[in-house]
Design a protein around this ligand. Structure first.
Ligand SMILES: CSC[C@H]1O[C@H](OP(=O)(O)O)[C@H](O)[C@@H]1O
Length: 400
């Protein structure tokens, strides 16, 4: 894995990269409690559905490892863990990875309680389960990268077709939105992970990334990751996407738009960074493939459709103010000089949803670590094949 890590963890110690200081400063915070994790997630010093789940659950593991719980009973230890997990769940509501991780960890701790010899066994069981979530995430992302790259190459350059996109070496250009890379996960990434794998397999012509207003995850984080790994890339403002798609030239033929997901509903409707729906509509208009990269931890079978997904609204200052460092006349950056400027009328009302929902009808495929899921003849996504156990649980719970 490259040097870009949102999270550095060893038993008892959790370091979290402060992404609000990127790309100009590369500093880690030492997170030792659930409360510190909640604040670092809420403030978006760490963000990205998988990274949020990893930081929240590992922060509790560090807290449990460092505290003296003498006199704790199995029940009191279970209650402590459950209370902390429920608290952490509220840090950011739209992404489902944290909710799914909490459900899994609560079940593991409850099962352990039935056979645990003492509170320390409960603590150790929780810590090991949280550490497994971290390990599994990287394996998941590498699988998404492989499945996604192979799917795209198969679709764009079908063996039988003699019409390949005008580009040398049967390569393809893609566009991605927001940040879904090593800075949103334990490493490699999901949508950006597919781009990394395309590049590694020599399938990538060019990667375009959007600025992703208002928090600029694209210009601050994705651009940072792409440049860091010397992946051929171009940054555009969100508003430029349509013009880029319309400009179908050899260099700028976009074969696919690849985005991440914060929550995929049971029918395939997908909540993702604000602006994703706009790209999906543009993709339909321009005949460009629209791909969602989502680990199964981001799929929420309990939510029937996008209408039921809670969308997080964030402070208006994210639109009316920006911050950064001073660029001197000769182009050098003085990191000691921070600026925060108002870019709009400070008293105007602001509407700032952090996410939107892309209807499943606009999505061509959802790439998971179990392979791609494409729309069925009924026009919806069927996750039963890749998640049979969770699907069966939901059918039983719903009664149909
Ligand atoms: C694999 S990250 C998933 C998702 O999270 C990002 O949102 P945020 O930066 O607000 O946490 C973005 O929607 C990504 O697509």
């Amino acid at each position: 894995m490259n040097g870009l890590q949102a999270v550095k963890y060893t038993r008892g110690t959790l370091l979290v990269l402060d992404q609000l200081r990127l790309p100009h400063e590369f500093e880690y915070d030492n997170i030792q409690t659930s409360e510190e994790a909640f604040e670092t997630i809420r403030s978006m010093r760490v963000r990205g559905a998988p990274a949020i789940a990893i930081v929240a659950t590992l922060a509790l593991a560090v807290e449990l490892d460092n505290q003296n719980f003498s006199g704790a009973t199995v029940l009191s230890q279970q209650e402590y863990i459950t209370k902390k997990l429920d608290y952490l769940k509220g840090s950011r509501p739209t992404a489902v990875d944290l909710t799914n991780a909490i459900s899994l960890l609560k079940q593991i701790v409850a099962d352990a309680g039935r056979s645990a010899m003492g509170a320390d066994t409960i603590r150790e069981t929780y810590i090991q389960a949280a550490e497994k979530i971290l390990r599994d995430d990287l394996t998941t992302n590498l699988a998404i990268g492989r499945y996604g790259a192979e799917y795209l190459h198969r679709q764009i350059f079908p063996v039988s077709s003699d019409v390949a996109l005008e580009s040398n070496g049967r390569k393809l250009s893609v566009l991605t939105h927001c940040n879904t890379g090593a800075l949103a996960t334990s490493g490699h990434g999901t949508a950006l992970g597919i781009i990394r794998t395309l590049h590694k397999m020599n399938y990538l012509e060019h990667a375009f990334c959007t600025e992703t207003r208002p928090y600029n995850q694209g210009s601050r984080l994705t651009a940072f990751e792409l440049v860091y790994e010397h992946i051929p890339s171009t940054l555009i403002a969100d508003s430029m996407a349509g013009a880029l798609f319309a400009q179908r030239t050899k260099e700028k033929t976009i074969a696919a738009i690849i985005v991440g997901a914060d929550r995929v509903a049971r029918n395939g409707d997908t909540a993702n960074k604000i602006g994703t729906y706009t790209l999906a509509v543009l993709a339909k208009h321009h005949g460009i493939m629209f791909i969602v990269a989502a680990p199964t931890t981001s799929i929420d079978l309990e939510t029937a459709s996008g209408e039921d997904i809670e969308i997080e609204f964030r402070p208006g200052q994210e639109l009316t103010q920006i911050s950064g460092v001073v660029v001197e006349g000769d182009g050098t950056i003085d990191k000691s000089k921070k600026v925060r400027v108002a870019t709009a009328e400070q008293t105007i009302d602001v509407w700032n949803p952090a996410f939107d929902v892309t209807p499943h009808e606009l999505i061509d495929a959802i790439i998971t670590e179990k392979g791609e899921v494409v729309r069925s003849e009924l026009g919806t996504f069927d996750f039963q094949t890749i998640m049979p156990e969770r699907w069966a649980e939901q059918v039983e719970k719903r009664g149909h």
